[in-house]
Design a protein around this ligand. Structure first.
Ligand SMILES: Cc1cc2nc3c(=O)[nH]c(=O)nc-3n(C[C@H](O)[C@H](O)[C@H](O)COP(=O)(O)OP(=O)(O)OC[C@H]3O[C@@H](n4cnc5c(N)ncnc54)[C@H](O)[C@@H]3O)c2cc1C
Length: 419
């Protein structure tokens, strides 16, 4: 028997591809090596399944700094609002949370995964779990998928939806890159993105700030010439190895790329009070210092920024906890204000790809037709999801990319196999 479309991988991109292929009349097979479908999807968004984001399309694309623009033509066929309609039409009510993030009203990833499975069953997609693909033999008319155990599957079109290499215990172990290469595709360098960063600053090594979390701070990455590359205003945390938290994850790919270009370390600047102008802050501190000459300077500063960060900055400026305001010079206040607004530290690496949320790099988008997800190198071959050289911030952007590219890949694979 020959299938019209064989989808390899049961993540969000593969599930959507299988549904789209079957909706377009294809005899569809979905192969997943794990025991369950949508394992990574289920742990996204803190386990509640962050299915998409409801920001305007242009904003969504901006939040996909890894080749997001490639998705413009795909979005004109199926976009984030179509994803919302798609789930709501299947009876999965969605709700919006901070930064436009969309979650199932049930707060349960199971609702999303089960709806996708029911849809596939309704459309008679043949689903094979614990079925690992070992190789693909490409042929002139049809292709052959070889399973572990040597079983062979004949198919007119293949959708490779096997994901990247991040968090491999979910099943995404990077198997698909070899099949892409065999078809003549270029795999751009793989690297961790949305990942915690390491630092060998003394304050990290001696753990003086370990566990300190900062809310709504601004974090900036500088290039070699000390020019800002990117800033993100979100929360962050100092850890035993470096820094982590949402602002750090968003900045991480820019740091990793600088390191890949040969820099040994990258400078980051933390603004602990991004809403305050430095001069105004200086004047305010000067004023309270003058008004309270007999009080300890540290007590006057209390509440401005978290106490552990304050103590650290004061120590760096050789000011003891008891030092009275009357003894603090104008210059010290200037420097302290500057440090609150520009706390500068170096990072020298990241956690490995296995511990990153998302894989950077992948199948080069130059070799993919943007409005069909079809390979430009091989007939009857389509790619979707994280295996592509597309990566976004966490917040539903990668899942949006996976569902949109999956939709197009499945639909067009079905159309090609029907020709
Ligand atoms: C902890 C965590 C939190 C995240 N949070 C967010 C978030 O909030 N927002 C966001 O946008 N993104 C988030 N992501 C990223 C997002 O989950 C992924 O980008 C997305 O799941 C990629 O979908 P995919 O279908 O391309 O691949 P995957 O979801 O990785 O699925 C690939 C599937 O292919 C299967 N497979 C692989 N090799 C084979 C083989 N040889 N044979 C058969 N099957 C195979 C795997 O078992 C797997 O099921 C998060 C990721 C992690 C790890």
């Amino acid at each position: 028997m020959t299938y019209d479309v064989t989808v390899i991988g049961g993540g969000p991109s593969g599930l959507m591809a299988a549904i789209a292929a079957a909706e377009h009349g294809a005899r569809t097979l979905l192969l997943e090596k794990g025991k369950k479908l949508g394992k990574k999807l289920a742990i996204s968004g803190g386990g509640r399944c962050n299915v998409t984001n409801r920001l305007p399309q242009d904003e969504v694309i901006k939040h996909i700094p890894g080749n997001g623009k490639f998705l413009y033509s795909a979005f004109s066929v199926f976009n984030n609002y179509d994803i919302i309609d798609f789930f709501e039409n299947m009876g999965v009510g969605l709700k919006e949370e901070d930064h436009g993030r969309m979650f199932p009203k049930s707060n349960s990833a199971k609702t999303v995964v089960n709806a996708l499975i029911s849809k596939m069953e309704e459309l008679n997609v043949e689903i094979r779990l614990t079925t690992s693909v070992e190789a693909i033999h490409y042929d002139e008319n049809e292709h052959m998928v070889i399973l572990k155990g040597a079983e062979k599957i004949q198919t007119k079109a293949i959708v490779i939806a096997s994901g990247g290499k991040a968090v491999p215990h979910t099943g995404s172990t990077g198997d698909g890159y070899a099949w892409a290469k065999k078809a003549g595709h270029t795999i751009t360098e793989l690297y961790p993105t949305e990942v915690a960063l390491t630092s060998n600053e003394d304050f990290i090594k001696d753990k003086s700030l370990q566990g300190l979390s900062l809310r709504n701070v601004s974090l900036t990455v500088l290039n070699k010439r000390n020019k800002p590359i990117i800033s993100h205003q979100m929360d962050m945390i100092f850890t035993h190895f470096g820094v982590s938290g949402p602002a750090v994850l968003r900045c991480s790919q820019f740091v990793v790329k600088e390191l890949m270009r040969g820099s040994e370390k990258v400078t980051m600047v933390l603004d602990a009070l991004p809403e305050e102008k430095e001069e105004k802050l200086y004047q305010a501190i000067m004023k309270s210092t003058k008004e309270n000459p007999k009080k300890a300077f540290k007590n006057v500063m209390k509440g401005l920024i978290p106490e552990r960060l304050l103590s650290f900055i004061l120590k760096q400026n050789h000011i003891t906890d008891e030092e009275k305001c009357a003894h603090i010079s104008k210059e010290s206040i200037r420097t302290i204000t500057h440090h609150i607004k520009n706390f500068t530290f170096n990072v020298n690496g990241s956690l490995p790809l296995e511990k990153a949320f998302v894989t950077g790099g992948g199948v080069s988008i130059k070799e993919i037709v943007p409005n069909t997800m079809q390979s430009k190198r091989m007939h009857g071959l389509y790619f979707c999801g994280e295996i592509l050289d597309i990566h976004g911030y966490t917040g539903g952007y990668n899942i949006t990319s996976a569902l949109v590219t999956g939709r197009l890949a499945g639909m067009n694979a079905a159309n090609e196999s029907a020709d």
